[in-house]
Design a protein around this ligand. Structure first.
Ligand SMILES: *[C@@H]1O[C@H](CO)[C@@H](O)[C@H](O)[C@H]1NC(C)=O
Ligand SMILES: *[C@@H]1O[C@H](CO)[C@@H](O)[C@H](O)[C@H]1NC(C)=O
Ligand SMILES: *[C@@H]1O[C@H](CO)[C@@H](O)[C@H](O)[C@H]1NC(C)=O
Ligand SMILES: *[C@@H]1O[C@H](CO)[C@@H](O)[C@H](O)[C@H]1NC(C)=O
Ligand SMILES: *[C@@H]1O[C@H](CO)[C@@H](O)[C@H](O)[C@H]1NC(C)=O
Ligand SMILES: *[C@@H]1O[C@H](CO)[C@@H](O)[C@H](O)[C@H]1NC(C)=O
Ligand SMILES: *[C@@H]1O[C@H](CO)[C@@H](O)[C@H](O)[C@H]1NC(C)=O
Length: 888
């Protein structure tokens, strides 16, 4: 494979360009180096068939069992007699006797358009007693990767830039035995390292030149990307080594230890020859040469090299080496090909130092012709799959390659392909009709007949403008068939079958009346649709929570009922060093607990607690109120006049700051709805989740705080006393509320109750919607937000109500809904206002509308937006045959 034999000669012209690349890489490398420590975070290591998570002894890399990653295949174990010295991840495997294609889906945190190395490992070990290792195909994403043909042990790897946030690795049965896999690894690479012309690099060979061949190869942790380097030292080469540190912030993160050994020829007139035979003589190949001068030369001397390939100049110009300064040379514009690539590195003409080489990498370029199904369709169908737990061959990409497209669906030939028909007839579907169907925007035919679908027939199916067949017969749908669908059917656009749904009204007389404050474009109104939306909302909420990894239960509250002394408070706040706020009750300082948790310490000014005898009782009460949308009280201090409350720290400040005109980082519509829902959650909990209920009394944007995940939490609640009675109203003895947010009924009667909070909440909703403050102070009189908003809502002028800073980036239906909810909160008669429970569920629905319906208006704007450009699309694959270390 690796012969020294051959030669030199001929013109080429890319060197300046190459040097630029190498130098740019050199400059980049500083950043590269800094991220090294985190690179393990870019690792996914799966022990296929393993039953527990563990850390690999040799490398310290954590491996995860694949139990929760795949629901097909069966676990097999290598017989004990051949598994004694095996790495843990090879001791078990997962085989796939069923299905033609079985896939693992990797979801690296860093998502698409990044450079990943993916390695699949195989150890046959005669696990099935057949003494005949199978051969089968591997696919990466939607493209063929390689045929697995390994007698005992081996691995394949590919360097790949996925176009999707997930990467499917599929094993395809080709009729030559049952596919299996022992381990699957993903390594995030720096995007600047490997370049290809839009294809994929496979069959890698990496040689650590100058290391004795009997030494073990280099991998993680020496190589931060866990690449494998094979030692290589030919008999007629002269070994050169150094113990000095190479300027290791080198371009490609080539391990120091690899660069510290090199080979040179016997003298300057003899070239350093080697050849490589690509697995396929027609394939395009890339060769990365890594050089570094590691010999301390006399002053004035410099090694200068030229590289030739098959008698031609591989590079037109020579390469000069600097001491301990690595350089990488690669011909990215002109891949090489042939049965045998004879490379010859020679001393440049007129120079006296023999040629040297420290490391070299070979790759074979593979094209990736297939493009995955449109991402929106993939997401919608995945949601459908999960929602109904569809157990068909639903793995990998739904449409591509065509021969593996999912049972029950047909796709268009577009690029990218779209799902155009879905047949889930007799598939044991239960529950309501999911909105995910409405997200398959190109759907022409939808057959959900003969399942156990319940609830009403949702109108959103009418949004599928290409839908010509809708079969819902043989279900348990209730309510009536929406008018719009009946109309489509009447117009002959849609073949609609709803037979055998005993409780479904086939026409609209039984359509229920909608109550409304004012005219609203209705998208979804039936109860079932609400249920669907609620379901989706909760799914989204769970997803959101998962995404933010445990933020919900972040255990800031270590111990309940934590009382601190004044001295402790002084030390927590570092002697009141940093003021982070000043509220109605006093100054707020930044603090840090012993365990480094950041906190906000609110010092109550003397005036604020005067006549406030129950401070401790109340603080203690607040300590036990915990909800993810309430700022938690961590502790308090109560030493005579020195009274302080210690809260969890909220990194993103308060809503007032975010809405202020001076804030350039405008909250998106989606963020606003999330904040509204979060705040409603918190308030609902105070009202209905606490016994006795707690009335906030001073709800306003500056009391809605945002954490690092932009999750909103209410602050300052209950400071003006918890409810003492079960009664819904209570005569307050303390002044409460802030101008602009105070319930007019309270102003008149002094009666503060839950509905007063609802009023304040309505005002906040209007602020979120309009981006305007509750009160605009004028020279003559103050203008209240309602004076501004009321005429517009009467006209139904949604475009002018919504914050112009959103530049139209919102779903009109959800905006209307939000306005409707806000309107419902602000009647001057408290009794006419809904309770928070109702407000919350309406808001959730509103959010679900925003998340799922994606108005056509929005789609147009997004369609016009530039999509982020991909620096270089590339996918490399590599091939590491046999056991590592590689034996020639
Ligand atoms: C290297 O290749 C050149 C060019 O073909 C040839 O002339 C030379 O003999 C080879 N040298 C060695 C040491 O194999
Ligand atoms: C690399 O950095 C050096 C020194 O900072 C600078 O002179 C040179 O222009 C940079 N090269 C490139 C290609 O950015
Ligand atoms: C280089 O080495 C070859 C073979 O060992 C020898 O024949 C030749 O004379 C040497 N050339 C020089 C310049 O030392
Ligand atoms: C490469 O070198 C071998 C001898 O080592 C020779 O047989 C072959 O023809 C050379 N190939 C090319 C393309 O020059
Ligand atoms: C997909 O299309 C083919 C050919 O048009 C048709 O035979 C098949 O029934 C369709 N499948 C579904 C699920 O609609
Ligand atoms: C869906 O599949 C069933 C059989 O599985 C078939 O009877 C029915 O005609 C198909 N529906 C459509 C719309 O092709
Ligand atoms: C539906 O459920 C029945 C009974 O559990 C089962 O026999 C059948 O195979 C299931 N059908 C599908 C398509 O999953």
């Amino acid at each position: 494979m690796f012969h020294s034999s051959f030669f030199f000669l001929g013109p080429y012209s890319l060197l300046p360009h190459l040097f630029q690349v190498a130098q740019a890489l050199n400059n980049l490398s500083v950043e590269l180096y800094c991220i090294c420590d985190q690179i393990v975070t870019g690792f996914i290591s799966i022990d296929c068939g393993g039953d527990e998570d563990y850390t690999d002894k040799e490398t310290g890399i954590p491996y995860k069992s694949d139990k929760e990653l795949i629901d097909t295949g069966i676990v097999n174990t290598i017989p004990a007699d051949s598994s004694t010295n095996l790495a843990q991840y090879l001791k078990n495997l997962r085989s796939f006797p069923q299905g033609k294609r079985n896939c693992y889906t990797l979801r690296p945190e860093q998502g698409k358009n990044n450079n990943y190395m993916i390695r699949a490992r195989f150890f046959y070990g005669n696990y099935d007693g057949k003494n005949q290792a199978p051969t089968f195909d591997l696919h990466i994403g939607v493209n063929f990767w390689i045929t697995v043909d390994i007698e005992e042990e081996g691995s394949y790897s590919v360097i790949y830039v996925p176009l999707t946030d997930y990467i499917d690795v599929c094993l395809v049965n080709t009729g030559n035995g049952i596919p299996y896999i022992s381990a699957l690894e993903l390594r995030l690479l720096d995007n600047s390292i490997y370049h290809t012309a839009g294809g994929a690099l496979t069959n890698p060979k990496r040689y650590d030149i100058g290391r004795e061949s009997d030494q073990s190869g280099v991998r993680y942790p020496d190589d931060v990307y866990d690449r494998y380097w094979i030692p290589e030292l030919d008999d007629d080469w002269v070994q050169v080594t150094t113990s000095s540190t190479i300027n290791s912030q080198n371009a490609n993160n080539i391990p120091d230890i690899v660069l510290r050994t090199a080979a040179q020829s016997q003298n300057a007139s003899i070239p350093l020859n080697f050849s490589w035979s690509p697995p396929d003589s027609l394939s395009k190949c890339y060769v990365y040469f890594h050089f570094a001068e590691i010999e301390k030369l006399e002053a004035g001397q410099q090694r200068e090299l030229t590289i030739n390939l098959n008698g031609q100049h591989y590079l037109t110009e020579s390469i000069k080496l600097d001491y301990l300064n690595p350089i990488t040379v690669v011909q990215t514009d002109h891949p090489s090909s042939g049965e045998l690539l004879n490379f010859s590195i020679t001393a440049a003409e007129g120079t006296k130092l023999p040629p040297i080489l420290n490391a070299v990498e070979f790759f074979e370029l593979k094209e990736l012709p297939n493009k995955p199904t449109a991402i929106d369709d993939v997401e919608a169908i995945m949601e459908t799959k999960e929602r109904y737990r569809v157990t068909k061959n639903w793995q990998g990409d739904p449409c591509v390659p065509r021969e593996f497209s999912w049972d029950g669906l047909n796709c268009s030939n577009n690029n990218p392909p779209r799902i155009i028909s879905l047949n889930l007839s007799s598939s044991n579907l239960t529950g309501v009709i999911s909105t995910s169907f409405a997200n398959l925007k190109e759907l022409q035919s939808l057959d959900l007949s003969y399942n156990d679908l319940m609830g009403s027939l949702p109108e959103f199916l009418a949004q599928l403008w290409n839908l010509n067949t809708l079969d819902l017969s043989g279900n348990k749908l209730t309510g009536s068939v929406p008018e719009v669908l009946l109309k489509m059917s009447g117009d002959g656009k849609l073949i609609l079958s709803v037979s055998e749904n005993p409780d479904l009204c086939p026409s609209d007389p039984c359509k229920r009346k909608k109550k409304k404050l004012f005219v609203i474009p209705v998208v979804v109104s039936s109860i079932a649709a609400v249920l669907v939306l609620l379901f989706i909302f909760s799914a989204l909420a769970i997803y959101r929570r998962k995404k933010h990894g445990g933020m919900v239960t972040k255990s800031i509250i270590k111990s309940q009922n934590q009382q601190y002394s004044y001295t402790e408070v002084v030390s927590i706040t570092n002697n009141f060093k940093t003021i982070i706020g000043e509220g109605g009750f006093g100054k707020v300082y930044l603090g840090k607990l012993k365990d480094e948790t950041q906190v906000a310490v609110k010092f109550l000014s003397t005036s604020s607690y005067q006549g406030y005898k129950e401070f401790r009782a109340e603080a203690q009460l607040l300590m036990i109120v915990h909800h993810r949308n309430l700022v938690s009280l961590v502790g308090y201090c109560d030493e005579g006049e020195k009274k302080a409350l210690i809260y969890e720290y909220m990194a993103n400040g308060n809503l007032h700051q975010h809405l202020s005109v001076t804030n350039t980082n405008v909250l998106t519509w989606n963020e606003r709805l999330h904040i509204a829902v979060d705040a409603a959650h918190g308030l609902e909990y105070l009202h209905d989740g606490c016994k006795p209920p707690i009335i906030h009394r001073d709800l306003k944007p500056s009391n809605i705080l945002l954490n690092e995940h932009m999750q909103a939490k209410l602050a300052d609640f209950g400071l003006s006393r918890a409810f003492a009675t079960e009664s819904d109203s209570h005569v307050s003895t303390r002044p409460a509320g802030t101008l602009g947010y105070v319930d007019p009924e309270f102003q008149a009667s002094g009666n503060f109750n839950k509905k007063s909070d609802v009023y304040s909440f309505g005002i906040i909703l209007f602020e979120l919607i309009t981006g305007r403050p509750a009160i605009v102070r004028g020279p003559m009189r103050n203008n209240h937000i309602l004076d501004w908003v009321n005429p517009l809502t009467e006209r139904g002028d949604v475009q002018n109500i919504v914050d112009p800073r959103l530049e139209g980036e919102f779903n009109t239906n959800s905006a209307w809904k939000a306005i409707e909810i806000a309107m419902s909160c602000i009647p001057s008669l408290a009794i006419q206002r809904p309770n928070m429970n109702h407000v919350l569920s309406e808001l959730k629905e509103c959010l679900a509308l925003e998340m799922t319906c994606g108005s056509s208006q929005r789609m147009v704007t997004e369609g016009n937006k530039k999509t982020p450009s991909i620096p270089f699309k590339m996918t490399h694959l590599e091939y590491e045959s046999n056991i590592f270390p590689y034996a020639r």
